[in-house]
Design a protein. Structure first.
Ligand SMILES: Nc1ncnc2c1ncn2[C@@H]1O[C@H](COP(=O)(O)OP(=O)(O)OP(=O)(O)O)[C@@H](O)[C@H]1O
Ligand SMILES: [Mg+2]
Length: 345
C-alpha cells in the first residue's frame, strides 16, 4: 500500500500552565484525561492516531471545542504537538527546519478558513495571486495562474473587484482560488462554508466536489454538519473532547457507531443516500424468485422505488453471484431512524 500523505502517531496538544509537567521524552505521562483536567490542562487533542490517504477527502467532525481546528493546525504544520508525531510524506513534519517548513507551506499546502481572510486592499486578482507573489513568481506568470484559478471557481469578470464588493459566497470562492493558486498537494479547509447561507453552502460543497474530481488533491475538511461530511468525505473522523471517537466511512459510522456520541452525529443522516444494499441485505438469500437485482454497492436511494414497487424481494449481486436479498417490508425499517427520510423525494 502507498504510504499516507499525512499521519498522526499518538499526537496530543495540551494547553495550560502546567502542561509541561505531564510531558516526558515526547510522551504524555498519563492516559487519564481527567488527571490533566484536574491540573487545569485542556487536552485540545489527545493521543490521536490517523492516516490520511493520497487523493482522498478526510473529514473531521465534532462539537465546538472538540479539537478539530487544533488537529487541522497540527496536520498543517502550524501548531506543534505537545507529544507524538505528525508524519508528512513519512517524515516528521516538525522535524523539518523552519525554512523547509515555510517552503512546504508555500508549495505543498493550501488553506481555506471559515472567515475568508482576504486582504481588503487587494483586488480579487491581487488576492488570488498573493501566494504566488510570496513564492517569488514573476508578475505575468502569477497573474496568468491567478486568472486561471478565478475562472476555475467561476469568478471570471470580477478580477478587479475588492472583497467588500463581493457576496460571502463569492469571497469564499476567492479564498478557494487563492488556496489553490500555489497548486498544493494537501488542501486544508476549516469550516469553510459555515458563514454561508444554506443554498450557497450547497453550491460551494458541489464546487469542492467538482474541484476534487478535477484536481485530485488530498483534502482535510472540517465541518459540524454530518450531511456536509457525507457529501464531501471519503472517510470521517468524529472527535469528542480531544479524542478521536471513531474513524470510518459515513456508512460505517451509521451502521456501527462506536459510541452514543457517534450515533448522535449520524441521527439526522440521510440514510437512504448512505446505506448500501450490502449493509441492509439479509443473508443467506432465499432460493427465489426475485423481483430484480441490485449491486451490493448500490445506495438504497438508487433502488428504493424499484423495491417499493416489487412484491418479490430483490437479489443483491456481487461478482455475478447472489449474496443476499432485500425485501420491501425492510424498506421502512431501514429508513425509519429517529428521523426518517422521504424515499425518492
Ligand atoms: N491557543 C489556545 N490556548 C488555550 N486553549 C486553546 C487554544 N487553542 C485551543 N484551545 C482549546 O482547545 C480546545 C479545542 O479547541 P479547537 O479550536 O481545536 O476546537 P474546535 O473543535 O475547532 O471548535 P470550533 O468548532 O468551535 O471551531 C478548546 O477547549 C479550546 O478552548
Ligand atoms: Mg475550529
Amino acid at each position: 500500500m502507498q504510504h499516507p500523505v499525512l499521519a498522526c502517531r499518538q499526537v496530543s496538544r495540551l494547553y495550560g500552565a502546567r502542561a509541561s509537567e505531564f510531558i516526558k521524552d515526547g510522551h504524555i505521562t498519563t492516559d487519564n484525561v481527567q488527571t490533566l483536567q484536574e491540573a487545569g490542562i485542556t487536552p485540545a487533542i489527545f493521543n490521536v492516531d490517523l492516516d490520511i490517504e493520497r487523493g482522498k477527502t478526510f473529514v473531521i467532525m465534532g462539537l465546538s471545542g472538540s479539537g478539530k481546528s487544533t488537529l487541522l493546525r497540527c496536520l498543517a504544520g502550524l501548531t506543534p504537538p505537545s507529544a507524538g508525531q505528525i508524519l508528512f510524506e513519512s517524515k516528521d513534519l516538525f522535524g523539518f527546519s523552519e525554512a523547509d517548513l515555510i517552503q512546504i507551506h508555500r508549495h505543498q499546502m493550501g488553506m481555506v478558513f471559515q472567515h475568508f481572510a482576504l486582504l481588503p486592499h487587494l483586488t480579487v486578482l491581487g488576492n488570488v495571486a498573493f501566494p504566488l507573489e510570496i513564492q517569488g513568481r514573476p508578475r505575468a506568470e502569477r497573474e496568468e495562474i491567478a486568472r486561471q484559478m478565478i475562472r476555475l471557481v467561476g469568478l471570471e469578470g470580477r478580477e478587479h473587484r475588492f472583497p467588500a464588493q463581493l457576496s460571502g459566497g463569492q469571497q469564499q470562492r476567492v479564498g478557494i482560488a487563492r488556496s489553490l493558486a500555489g497548486d498544493p498537494d494537501v488542501w486544508f479547509l476549516d469550516e469553510p462554508f459555515s458563514a454561508l447561507d444554506p443554498l450557497i453552502r450547497r453550491e460551494m460543497q458541489a464546487e469542492v466536489i467538482r474541484l476534487q474530481g478535477m484536481l485530485k488533491k488530498t483534502i482535510v475538511f472540517i465541518t459540524h454538519d454530518f450531511e456536509e461530511a457525507v457529501r464531501v468525505a471519503d472517510r470521517i473522523a468524529i472527535m469528542k473532547d480531544g479524542l478521536v471517537e471513531q474513524i470510518g466511512t459515513a456508512e460505517e459510522l451509521l451502521v456501527s457507531p462506536a459510541t452514543d456520541y457517534v450515533r448522535a452525529f449520524t441521527r439526522d443522516a440521510p440514510r437512504a443516500h448512505i446505506l448500501t444494499a450490502r449493509s441492509i441485505m439479509t443473508t443467506p438469500p432465499p432460493a427465489g424468485p426475485f423481483g430484480g437485482e441490485v449491486s451490493a454497492t448500490d445506495r438504497v436511494i438508487s433502488f428504493a422505488r424499484q423495491l417499493d414497487a416489487s412484491s418479490l424481494p430483490l437479489a443483491v449481486i456481487e461478482d455475478n453471484e447472489i449474496i443476499g436479498a432485500i425485501d420491501r417490508a425492510m424498506l421502512l425499517d431501514i429508513l425509519i431512524g429517529p428521523n426518517a427520510q422521504a424515499v425518492g423525494a
